[in-house]
Write a protein that binds this ligand. Structure first.
Ligand code: GLU
Length: 483
């Protein structure tokens, strides 16, 4: 059986785009599902786009997402180096082979000539500017003289006209391009660096990549790659081009309409499990309506055959929903660890809370939150007494006699020998009865006093978590502050 080897081959632009995460994830899932290898290769031959620290950012975003690669920078492997900028001599060596067999040629045209050519072609309303192969007619002698005289040059792919370039794609089926629409692509630039096309094909071959799984934006490059594979007489890998990611208005997913960096989602408090689950569903489903997946379930279910062609809409509501679902399925210890981390970055970082105390908050709030942060933002009163009382709730629930009634309840609470949940409930019920009022007349003011809010978990759960002393203190404060 063929050995499965796939790669994620980002250019280091500074951050991991969610589209990049989707590509990386599909490669990872495909490798894990088929006992293959998942390789990270950094395509950094465009020196103009070099960004300091970009590779480190990429690797840490992949790690955070749980996508461990088997080979790559840092990880190592038998097919390295895995940074294209460290492989320049390999590309030079290979392009010589193409020159020898007529599949590539030196081009000494000046930028001025190329610019003029482009303008003329635009005037003629040609669909796209193409190099006119002028340098293909240079004699061996002319080429050698030029090189000796240090005339700057590029090396171009010699695309044969009037051919159909056909290849199979797992997602898109049979794909056809006309060679007449393909430019004599530059393979080696005048600075000696390879272009994406040459480096990508040479590396995919030398790294024994079996399947090229990448975004649809690379589909139009694939005929050039196919020409290169054929020119080298190399076997082509299997291609799978993943559908575009779209904004809800079906425009191409862009920074302008929201966050596109994995890091942005991490900082916003999304769980990596939720983001991975969400991204997995952007263009793939198992053929049923299952939406909740953990990584192992994804590995078990994933197949390239079930990736669809049409653009995948990036629906943030679904991501929020998945976050809540993943959070709910976490164990208490897992949530505790996350909550402690969150507290460290919160306004309550200078307080300390026992695990026992935090676990009670988690039980009370778990069904009410979608994000770990919300344990804090939705119930700040567990971490510090309320600083203010919700105005509308005061208006609605704090009447003229509320203060005196609540004072009676406070004293009943104070006298409780057994401050259990039932004990508090019973004290409230009997106070209401004695006063001849409905329980609500006490419950709402009590909630407001201890939490400052009108909603939240059951008021007796809050009271139990705060404890008797703290509850009494808060009622006293409220009696003083709310008039
Ligand atoms: N370097 C390309 C990128 O930035 C890789 C495309 C491919 O996978 O061939 O996405």
């Amino acid at each position: 059986m063929e050995k499965i080897r796939v790669r994620f081959a980002p250019s280091p632009t500074g951050y991991l785009h969610v589209g990049g995460l989707r590509t990386a994830l599909y490669n990872f899932l495909f490798a894990r599902r088929n006992n293959g290898k998942f390789i990270l290769r950094i395509e950094d031959t465009d020196r103009n786009r070099y960004v300091e620290g970009a590779v480190e950012n990429l690797i840490s975003a992949l790690k955070w997402s749980g996508l461990e690669f088997d080979e790559g920078p840092v990880a190592g492997g038998n097919f390295g180096p895995y940074m294209q900028s460290e492989r320049l001599d390999i590309y030079q060596e290979h392009v010589k082979e193409l020159i020898k067999n007529g599949s590539a040629y030196y081009c000494f045209c000046t930028p001025e000539r190329l610019e003029k050519l482009k303008e003329e072609q635009q005037k003629q309303k040609l669909p796209q500017a193409k190099y006119d192969k002028q340098c293909l007619t240079l004699s061996k002698n002319e080429i050698e003289t030029n090189i000796r005289n240090n005339v700057p040059f590029v090396i171009r792919l010699n695309v044969e006209p009037n051919k159909k370039i056909i290849f199979d794609d797992i997602v898109r089926g049979k794909v056809e391009f006309e060679s007449n629409n393909i430019d004599d692509q530059v393979l080696i630039k005048s600075d000696g660096y390879p272009t994406y096309h040459l480096a990508n094909v040479v590396d995919d071959h030398l790294m024994q990549i079996s399947h090229v799984i990448r975004g649809e934006e690379w589909l139009s490059s694939t005929p050039k790659h196919v020409i290169l594979y054929d020119a080298f007489k190399w076997e082509r890998p299997t291609f799978a081009h993943l559908p575009l990611l779209l904004n809800p208005d079906r425009s191409k997913l862009s920074k302008r309409q929201g966050d596109v960096a994995v890091e942005d989602y991490r900082v916003k408090g999304f769980l990596k499990e939720a983001l991975v689950n969400f991204v997995a569903l952007l263009g793939w489903n198992a053929g049923d309506d299952k939406e909740f997946y953990n990584m192992n379930e994804l590995i078990d279910s994933f197949s390239l055959e079930r990736v669809n062609k049409s653009g995948a809409v990036f629906d943030l509501e679904k991501l929020n929903w998945l976050n809540a679902e993943h959070l709910r399925r976490k164990t208490q210890e897992e949530i505790l660890a996350l909550l402690k981390d969150e507290l460290k970055n919160s306004e309550f970082s200078h307080f300390s809370f026992s695990d026992e105390y935090l676990v009670q908050i988690i039980s009370a709030m778990k069904e009410r939150v979608s994000f770990v942060k919300e344990f804090i933002t939705k119930s700040p009163y567990f971490f510090d007494p309320p600083k203010f009382y919700e105005e509308a709730a005061v208006q609605k629930n704090w009447k003229d006699d509320t203060g005196s009634q609540l004072k009676i309840l406070r004293d009943e609470f104070a006298a409780l020998a057994d401050p259990s949940k039932e004990g508090f409930e019973h004290a409230l019920a009997s106070t209401a009865e004695k006063l001849g009022i409905g329980k609500g007349k006490l419950i709402h003011p009590l909630r407001l006093s201890v939490s400052g809010m009108s909603t939240g978990p059951g008021v007796f759960d809050i009271v139990m978590i705060l404890g008797k002393e703290e509850t009494l203190k808060r009622i006293d404060t409220a009696l003083e502050k709310i008039k």
